[in-house]
Design a protein around this ligand. Structure first.
Ligand code: PGA
Ligand code: ZN
Length: 424
């Protein structure tokens, strides 16, 4: 039984305050969860409550959310069985009482929701992935390693936000992680040799001021080969364009030009021809449904089209997209929707509808590794947690190494099967 719920303000990987929640059960079990935070956030995400008190952390404090946990959310679920996740998440939503969790904040609600799940797993004496996923949780995800950071995550002229190495040809998760990491180190040398800066962006990838977006892909290809891997066979590549960030008044400001959705789709079609590209995230903006439909009709059979700002892990927005035939993959961010239950609902809707699902960190992260367990719990087959550098990013990849070890013979690496539309 849940005996008490506590909360505090801690720091995330960008030095911004965030919420940490602790749940105490009557048998003495204590578990905690910390909440991540985005930079290129979608307009349709659940509401992240910040204090707005300029005298503390430039207004970014989260003491109101912390108080909401202690004064309202905690008391509302005290005495509940921790394993009643669905009921508890419903009570949390009702306590807030708004449709976007805007009164007490999705950051307050999510912290409680995740800490409850961890406490229940501990009480059942199960690892989190096993508690949430049950006996069939066994698929280790392909890591999409974001090794070049642009867009809102770096102060450079690179429009696209994330360039991934996708080591889908490995036999095991640990080999995939090693392949990607070796290539990351080679990439650093290649960038240096080319005269580019190798400082890191928010997600641990390099943030070179490259002349074009294709230039970043060319560096990835060179690094893959130089590291001794076959592009497309051992290691493919992926993109998060995060195009909502450069969309205004019906036009995309890209590489110094104003492009229509059709022109951008034509550009992506060329990229799909020229590179072993398995995944394009947010290729078009969060409210450009017409463009998204054309993008899906043009490229959806060949490449994974991931909706991040478009779907915001919201089962209703996803259902809408599925009905319209828009996109073919769901990006899964727990804080976009704000409860574990709704997150799992979104993933299972995607999976029942022939959409793939990719678990995701935020650009502002903590040492919390819940998303690694969720990736295995849902057998989603894909995770993005930044570069293989910086503890906030690597914590998730390391947790997957532990899960792989725990599963032993029972572990299956998703590999190429995670990308059913890709053939190269
Ligand atoms: P964000 O970036 O956490 O800043 O939103 C990650 C992403 O766009 O996928
Ligand atoms: Zn994104």
């Amino acid at each position: 039984l849940i005996e008490a719920v506590g909360a505090r303000e801690i720091l995330d990987s960008r030095g911004n305050p965030t919420v940490e929640v602790e749940v105490l059960l009557d048998d003495g079990i204590v578990q905690r969860a910390a909440v991540p935070s985005g930079a290129s956030t979608g307009a349709f995400e659940a509401y992240e409550l910040r204090d707005g008190d300029k005298a503390r952390y430039g207004g970014k404090g989260v003491l109101k959310a912390v108080d909401a946990v202690i004064d309202e959310l905690g008391p509302a679920i005290e005495g509940f069985e921790a394993s009643e996740q669905r009921v508890i998440d419903e009570v949390l939503k009702e306590t807030d009482g708004t449709s976007n969790k805007g009164r007490v904040g999705a950051n307050a609600i999510l912290g409680v929701s995740l800490a409850v799940a961890k406490a229940a797993a501990d009480a059942a004496d199960l690892p989190l992935f096993r508690y949430i996923g049950g006996p069939n949780a066994h698929v280790l995800p392909v890591p999409l390693l974001n090794v070049i950071n642009g867009g809102a995550h770096a102060d450079t002229g690179v429009d696209m936000q994330e360039f991934f190495l996708v080591p889908l040809g490995a036999e095991t998760y640990s080999d995939a992680l090693r392949w990607g990491t070796e290539t990351y180190h080679v990439l650093k040398n290649e960038l240096k040799a080319g005269g580019y800066a190798t400082g890191l962006g928010d997600e641990g990838g390099f943030a070179p001021d490259l002349p074009s977006n294709r230039g970043a892909l060319d560096f990835l290809m060179a690094a893959i080969e130089k590291a001794g891997f076959k592009p497309g066979v051992d290691i493919a590549v992926g993109l998060d364009v995060a195009s909502t960030e450069f969309y205004a008044d019906g036009a995309y400001s890209f590489e110094g030009k104003k492009l229509s959705a059709d022109e951008l789709i034509e550009y992506y079609a060329q990229l799909v021809n020229d590179y072993p590209l398995v995944s394009i995230e947010d290729g078009l903006a969060e409210d450009d449904w017409e463009g998204w439909k054309a993008l899906t009709d043009t490229l959806g059979a060949k490449v994974q089209l991931v909706g991040d700002d478009l779907f915001v892990t919201n089962p209703q927005r996803l259902a809408d997209g599925i009905k319209k035939g828009v996109g073919n993959s769901l990006l899964v961010k727990v804080n976009q929707i704000g409860t574990l239950t709704e997150t799992l609902d979104a993933v299972s809707l995607a999976q029942r509808s022939g959409y793939t699902a990719m678990l995701s960190h935020r650009s502002g992260e903590t040492e919390d590794t819940t998303i690694a367990d969720l990736a295995v719990a849902t057998n989603a087959g894909q995770i993005k947690s930044g570069a293989p550098a910086r503890s906030d990013r690597v914590a998730k990849y390391n947790q997957l190494l532990r899960i792989e070890e725990e599963l032993g013979e029972g572990a299956v690496f998703a590999g190429r099967s995670a990308f059913p539309r890709f053939s190269a």
